[in-house]
Design a protein around this ligand. Structure first.
Ligand code: AP5
Ligand code: MG
Length: 222
């Protein structure tokens, strides 16, 4: 199964991908996470994208499509030899029409295609509060919120004991730029997938467990 989670910044794509990916044996392909880990390692890719990401702009399509292509080739190889991988779950990709078309081509070249696109819909005024209160594990990328999903011990990741930090792009200027980019570049993709008949919209303005249950239901996996 190949599924995309779409939604504005703060809608809960990462939060839901962490819960649903392991349940359905889908490998998470989160371009933002891949870029942030490249930045942490100060790799060639990381150095190229650091200032773009921290200011809240989009990484160029060629660079983004290339890392997804590599990830999907690894996943396809693992599917052949490993029963524990049943596909992929995209979080934060695609975000432009060029990326959506590239994804269709990559999947077609592997004789597969997208099964569903889940739009997690949250009112704009709620998104700002979610991003402002978000904390992310610097070691494993796990996502928390100071009020709606706090860690057991303040500042420490429940899963790996890593330090929780605030993302550089969760500052007000970057948040405004990211939300505008979503409206201009990414929201139009909803029509692209609606036309293919695979778009499902979920109410993301509910508690985290209810959203998880609704997504599993929509995917026929409840
Ligand atoms: P990325 O890491 O993908 O960030 P984003 O798109 O800005 O999305 P977020 O991670 O902010 O939101 P989310 O929906 O995952 O929300 P979360 O689950 O954390 O990308 C970062 C950057 O990388 C981009 O700006 C760009 O520069 C670059 N990039 C990445 N992909 C790219 C691409 N394809 N092309 C070009 N550039 C790309 O939840 C948010 C908060 O809310 C958390 O604190 C969480 O605990 C809380 N929360 C979640 N669900 C609920 C709920 N139901 N109720 C209450 N609180 C909740
Ligand atoms: Mg995320």
């Amino acid at each position: 199964m190949y599924v995309i989670f779409m939604g504005a910044q703060g809608s809960g794509k990462g939060t839901q991908a962490e819960r649903i990916g392991p349940k359905l044996k889908l490998v998470k392909v989160a371009t933002g996470d891949l870029f942030r880990s490249a930045i942490a390692q100060q790799s060639e890719l990381g150095l190229k994208v650091q200032s773009i990401i921290e200011s809240g702009n989009l990484v160029p399509d060629e660079l983004t499509n290339a890392i997804v292509q590599v990830r999907l080739a690894q996943i396809a190889a693992n599917r052949l030899k490993d029963d524990d991988v049943d596909g992929a779950l995209f979080d934060g990709f695609p975000r432009t029409e060029a990326q959506a078309r590239a994804l269709d081509d990559i999947l077609a070249s592997q004789d597969t295609k997208l099964d569903a696109v889940i739009e997690i819909d949250v009112p704009r005024e709620k998104l700002i509060a979610r991003l402002a209160g978000r904390r992310t594990c610097e070691a494993c990328g796990a996502v928390y919120h100071v009020e709606s999903d706090p860690p057991k011990v303040e500042g420490i990741c429940d899963k790996c004991g890593g330090k929780l930090i605030q993302r550089e792009d969760d500052k007000p200027d970057s948040i405004a730029r990211r939300l505008a980019l979503y409206d201009n570049q990414t929201r139009p993709l909803l029509d692209y997938y609606r036309a293919k008949g695979i778009l499902i919209t979920i109410n993301g303005d509910q508690d985290i467990d209810t959203v998880t249950a609704d997504i599993l239901n929509a995917l026929g996996q409840a």
